[in-house]
Design a binder for this molecule. Structure first.
Ligand code: SF4
Ligand code: SF4
Length: 448
């Protein structure tokens, strides 16, 4: 375990290097590692179809990965460190023989199901502990980090800031790849690295087909949390479903939901014991006034995984988005379950849970992804774009404030934006060398 002086120094290095959760949430890592826990879990589940960047990180950066895990163990005082991977990636364990023998770390092989990477599912699978509703892993003695974040922790301890991102670029592209690009690289440049789009009307699913956003804009930058780009044609089933307007999914849901409750029966959070019942949220489409608000509490612990909308509902309705809207209403009205309600409603996992998990193979066939199920070969390279737009607000907390001005020269790795050390957040660095060509509260543009 690290001495308290070493501990402070390491946490400061991790903050100063700008390490945040690379798996999507963007929570500043130094803050997470301030906790003392029993168990560190490396989240290598990578459950979004088509993405392969965590597999490649655990393959090509395995020394850094293990060093990062050792740092996490030392900082948190954890007695056990577990690397969780899916069956499809179990062959990686053979690559780690020396490191596993040296460190005594454990491995956990997860079924090829979705959403295995959800922290609530992962912590339960690995430790048998249920995170309290709305809680975080530290409440049950765990710290969970995505594998790329762990690689970044190792680099940070050696003075290397987070300036690159591992991304998978796949779908309707000529040559799917997983590669490393400077943060702020425009998405259109990433598509060129994959040989360009192979459809006339490409749409980007950003960071995942299940939980990711949809965009036709290719000038947006890669951020510290972008896991990949999946190109699909505009008329693809997933694009159509994900771009339906609120008016459309609400109207159709109101008219067609027959309350069969399949959305609830397959909801990963429901079968894990949480008080989330999307069919009851759908029922609120028929209600008005106070009744509507109360009933929407059944949406409160939805993790937005999309199983209900894209897999469970036989009518192709959209309970996920109805839950997202209900959660926004709950936040606006400051409505929440009381502790007594939670004590009554939070249960052990459903006895049939394992039989209700959604196999990844089903996602591919149901969502029309089988034609895109190709290896996204890892290309390390030292490619650099001519311009980057580095976002200043990828992390949770206070956005970083620029400390450079238009016309300044910067070197790759220089700090270009800072957050006061009393605030939650971390600095942002130049990802290429060049001249600052635009500065705003949200980003800094650098041209080589
Ligand atoms: S599965 Fe579909 S039809 Fe059945 S209750 Fe849920 S939203 Fe309604
Ligand atoms: S998106 Fe649907 S299936 Fe997923 S947690 Fe929310 S209600 Fe459950």
């Amino acid at each position: 375990m690290a001495t308290s002086m070493n501990r402070e120094l390491l946490l400061q290095k991790i903050r100063e290097a700008g390490v945040i959760g690379a798996g999507g949430a963007g929570f500043p890592t130094y803050k997470k590692l301030e906790a003392q826990v029993e168990h560190v879990i490396a989240n290598g589940a990578e459950c979004e179809p088509l993405l392969q960047k965590d597999r490649e990180a655990m393959t090509h950066f395995r020394e850094e990965f293990f060093r990062g895990l050792e740092t996490m163990r030392d900082l948190t005082g954890a007695r056990q460190v577990t690397i969780a991977v899916k069956h499809k990636n179990a062959d990686l364990i053979g690559l780690w023989t020396d490191q596993l023998a040296r460190t005594g770390f454990h491995t956990f092989i997860y079924d090829d199901v979705y959403p295995a990477g959800d922290e609530y599912c992962l912590v339960y699978e690995v430790t048998g502990r249920q995170i309290p509703p709305g809680g975080i892993p530290v409440q049950v003695g765990c710290v969970v980090d995505n594998v790329e974040t762990i690689v970044n922790i190792a680099n940070a301890c050696e003075g290397r800031p987070v300036i690159d991102k591992i991304v998978t670029i796949t779908g309707a592209v000529a040559h799917p790849i997983t590669t490393v690009v400077p943060i702020g690289t425009r998405m259109r440049d990433c598509l060129e690295l994959a040989g360009g789009c192979t459809v006339d009307n490409p749409v980007l699913l950003i960071s995942g087909v299940m939980m990711g956003g949809v965009s036709s804009e290719t000038h947006n930058p890669i951020t510290k949390t972008t896991a990949g780009l999946i190109v699909l044609p505009a008329d693809h089933y997933l694009v159509q479903r994900k771009t339906a307007s609120r008016e459309t999914y609400t109207r159709i849901g109101h008219g067609q939901c027959d309350q069969c409750s399949l959305c609830t029966e397959l909801c990963p959070r429901y079968i894990l014991g949480y008080p989330i019942e999307p069919h009851r949220v759908m029922r609120t489409l028929l209600m008005t006034g106070e009744a509507k608000e109360r009933a929407s509490l059944w949406a409160q612990y939805c993790c937005e995984c999309n199983v209900c909308s894209l897999i469970a509902c036989p009518e192709s309705l959209d309970p996920r988005n109805i839950c997202v809207d209900a959660k926004a209403l709950l936040r606006e009205r400051k409505l929440s379950r009381t502790p007594d309600e939670l004590a009554e409603l939070f249960r052990p996992p459903h006895p049939s849970r394992k039989g209700r998990e959604v196999p990844i193979s089903k996602l591919y066939s149901r969502l029309g992804l089988t034609p895109y199920d190709r290896k996204a070969k890892f290309v390390k390279g030292d490619w650099q774009p001519r311009e980057v737009v580095v976002p200043l607000n990828s992390h949770i907390g206070r956005p970083a404030e620029p400390i450079v001005r238009e016309g300044d020269s910067v070197q790759r790795g220089d700090v270009i934006a800072k957050v006061d050390s009393s605030q939650l957040g971390c600095p942002v660095h130049a990802s290429i060398s060049g001249r600052v060509t635009a500065v705003s509260a949200k980003s800094v543009q650098i041209t080589a």
